[in-house]
Design a protein around this ligand. Structure first.
Ligand code: NAD
Length: 365
């Protein structure tokens, strides 16, 4: 996006540690004083249930649809556990994803050098890792019809889900992966199970067709999803962009993310299709939840939320240099030895949410 107007951002801090980590994102935004952000803040999840009786109001949804980007904290908490599924705080997030038609989920797995020793994998396997997983988010087996639990004679039952993809669904998410690869190392590896699933075979053929038609300069390889699960722990640095469907992406992105550290370090982005006015609907969020066990104690790691904001700079506003600056500031804070509880070695000193924010803001300026 290249306009001279301020970037319109809707912040939805949500519940638990959401507001705590998002407060640090606000400080990082303020530290980038050469950029103009117009920030609106609103309620989502449990906070919205308490105020309005529902996890996402129509007004908030309308603001999300109108914004250049949504920065989301986290939702949920034990006090809402007994609500019916349709009324739970998490519904607010699902409703945003659905209404904004966010079909491409981006999850980087990036190894910050100061944390390389903390991985469960050997340092040499993990150091310098920089993978981006692009997962299809709105189709496949989680949404396919028919679905359900069907009674059988004799009190037995059959559970059914349908793994289904169309050409258009495959092309639109593959296009995102190819375009992003063009800004990185120019390599896409697509994962499916084309050996045993028709929908997997279609996935492979359609990705190949789109590649030939529109992205011949990008290197495309294919890998069976089970092999990729092994390769991610064996030799993860062989990958640049990984493209995969909803089900395999769910699993592979969690696996890749955990190569590099704690939940408190992991950002994500979800993107939709370009609108007639040029905007791309986008929602950025740490992958962690509301962490009720540490909420309100100034203990949460704000880095996942801050890195999600860096993704927003990169993908919504094409501000690559500023995104990299924020990421470098995070790396510098880590290099100084600062650790929140989730990333500290046992027995080591830990800093608070605010102190980590202080160090990142200081490193930015
Ligand atoms: P969680 O991610 O909230 O917490 C899991 C563990 O990781 C906890 O011990 C927590 O203290 C720790 N942790 C998480 N983020 C951290 C951070 N930034 N810094 C330090 N430690 C951190 O997952 P959960 O406990 O399974 O779920 C808690 C609530 O969050 C539930 O209501 C769940 O439904 C909700 N949830 C929401 C989202 C979301 O909003 N996107 C995602 C997952 C879970």
């Amino acid at each position: 996006m290249t306009t001279n107007r301020p970037f319109q951002i809707l912040m939805l801090p949500g519940d638990g540690i959401g507001p705590e980590v998002m407060a640090q994102v606000r400080r990082v935004m303020a530290a980038l004083s050469h950029l103009r952000f117009e920030i609106t803040e609103d309620l989502v999840g449990g906070a919205a249930i308490e105020a309005h009786g529902i996890p996402l109001s129509q007004e908030t949804l309308a603001q999300a649809m109108a914004a250049d980007a949504v920065l989301f904290g986290a939702v949920g908490g034990p006090q809402f556990d007994t609500l019916p599924f349709e009324s739970k705080p998490e519904r607010g997030l699902l409703s945003l994803r659905k209404n904004m038609e966010l079909f491409a989920n981006l999850r980087p797995a990036l190894c910050f050098a100061p944390l390389a020793g903390a991985s469960t994998l050997k340092r040499e396997v993990i150091e310098g890792l920089d993978i981006l997983i692009v997962r299809e988010l709105t189709g496949g087996v989680y949404f396919g019809e028919p679905r359900g639990i069907i009674p059988l004679p004799g009190g037995k039952r059959r559970g059914v889900n349908t793994h289904s993809y169309t050409t258009d669904e495959i092309h639109r998410v593959a296009r995102v992966a190819f375009e992003l690869a063009g800004k990185r190392q120019g390599r896409v590896c697509s994962a499916e199970k084309s050996n045993v699933m028709e929908a997997g075979l279609l996935w492979r053929e359609e990705v190949r067709a789109l590649h030939a038609a529109e992205f011949p300069d990008i290197e495309l390889t294919h890998m069976l999803a089970d092999n990729m699960a092994m390769q991610l722990v064996r030799r993860p640095k062989q990958f640049d962009v990984i493209l995969t469907d909803n089900l395999f992406g769910d699993i592979l992105s969690d696996e890749a993310a955990m190569l590099t550290g704690s939940l408190g370090m992991l950002p994500s982005a979800s993107l939709g299709a370009r609108l007639p006015d040029g905007r791309i609907p986008a929602l950025y969020e740490p992958i962690h939840g509301s962490a009720p066990d540490i909420a309100g104690q100034n203990k949460a790691n704000p880095i996942a939320a801050i890195l999600s904001f860096a993704m927003c700079l990169r993908y919504s506003f094409s501000l690559e240099a500023d995104a990299a600056r924020v990421e470098r500031a995070v790396e510098r804070a880590l290099a100084q030895g600062l650790r929140t509880g989730d990333i500290a070695e046992p027995g080591a000193a830990v800093v608070s949410t605010t102190q980590m924010g202080d160090a990142i803001v200081a490193a930015l300026s």
